[in-house]
Design a protein around this ligand. Structure first.
Ligand code: FES
Length: 157
């Protein structure tokens, strides 16, 4: 049986002895280690819900006001960068923004109206995704895009 601490009877808080402190520290370390191992396993088995643009289906990417004629935007759709182009004659197209050369993310060349890979100056046609010039070996893969009542939807199964 443990001897009572005279300070406890005086109404003061009990002190923690060295052994108790080490046990608490050891217990905290064991719990932290277990949580550190279990957290990624639980995250793998039950992944968090995807964001609105990552569900795998068609996604509302904006409106014709957001992307007016002659403009384009690179957006994350289903966890991949997609460039949505609204050409000067109001034709909306979408392509994977991952360059077919070495995988850089393409951007919109506003002044000259084409899709540009800034890494090695690869250039792609805004209507077809075909290579205009530079080292890319193949066109940008197209992404399904639909305009309904001014809303632009991209992606799909
Ligand atoms: S990675 Fe795009 S041109 Fe090289």
């Amino acid at each position: 049986m443990r001897e009572s601490d005279p300070r406890e009877s005086e109404g003061r808080l009990p002190t923690v002895d060295r052994r108790g402190f080490v046990r608490s520290l050891l217990g905290f370390s064991i719990i932290s280690t277990i949580m550190g191992v279990l957290t990624p396993i639980i995250g793998y088995l039950w992944p968090p819900a995807r964001s609105a643009r990552g569900g795998g289906g068609r996604v509302l990417v904006g409106t014709l006001t957001d992307i007016p004629p002659g403009q384009a935007e690179v957006l994350p759709i289903n966890d991949k960068p997609v460039i949505v182009v609204n050409t000067q004659d109001n034709q909306v197209r979408a392509f994977s923004a991952i360059c077919t050369h070495l995988g850089c993310v393409c951007e919109w060349e506003d002044r000259r109206q084409f899709i540009l890979c800034p890494c090695h100056d690869g250039r792609f046609n805004a209507l077809t995704g075909a290579v205009i010039s530079g080292p890319p070996p193949s066109p940008l893969p197209s992404v399904e895009v639909v305009v309904e009542d001014g809303d632009i939807y991209a992606g799909g199964a």
